[in-house]
Design a protein around this ligand. Sequence first.
Ligand SMILES: CC[C@H](C(=O)O)C(=O)SCCNC(=O)CCNC(=O)[C@H](O)C(C)(C)COP(=O)(O)OP(=O)(O)OC[C@H]1O[C@@H](n2cnc3c(N)ncnc32)[C@H](O)[C@@H]1OP(=O)(O)O
Ligand code: CO
Length: 134
Amino acid sequence: MLGRLNHVAIAVKDAVQAAKVYGAGFDAAISEAVPLPEHGVITVFVTLPNTKIEFIQPLGEASPIAKFLERNADGGIHHVCYEVPDIIEARDRLTKEGARVLGDGNPKIGAHGKPVLFFHPKDFSGALVEIEQA
Ligand SMILES: CC[C@H](C(=O)O)C(=O)SCCNC(=O)CCNC(=O)[C@H](O)C(C)(C)COP(=O)(O)OP(=O)(O)OC[C@H]1O[C@@H](n2cnc3c(N)ncnc32)[C@H](O)[C@@H]1OP(=O)(O)O
Ligand SMILES: [Co+2]
């Protein structure tokens, strides 16, 4: 049921600035900054051969990453995103195992135009986990 590692997200104050060193230092492909108001973030993606780095910057007053950045002023690894073949089946299996799905439990469309869900970090050894419909 577990697919590819779709991305590793790093929360930062300035996503464009944070991605610069990846472009200049690694000659990596950097996306445009994309605001996702429904998720309270601006995203900038760095493409790797086998996954992506997702830089996320707070957007709006109620950004879910605001407190994370208060705790980690220089930024920090925020979440990992795994692809799953069937997001509803994955949600139901994980909640049956006791993992707490965040929000109302219904998938929302994420940065790649696919349904996504998040699970509480306390149920995944301190790591915030996102799943994305492959
Ligand atoms: C979907 C678009 C895009 C995509 O890829 O497609 C994105 O990924 S958008 C990403 C931004 N959206 C989200 O992160 C949604 C899910 N996140 C949340 O709902 C919150 O961030 C939440 C509930 C995980 C934490 O919110 P907050 O920090 O405001 O809550 P607390 O301060 O009460 O924290 C509770 C507890 O969890 C620890 N914590 C918080 N964030 C993380 C984290 N990223 N990794 C690990 N642990 C985290 C925090 O330290 C608290 O622990 P405690 O021991 O109680 O102090
Ligand atoms: Co993400």
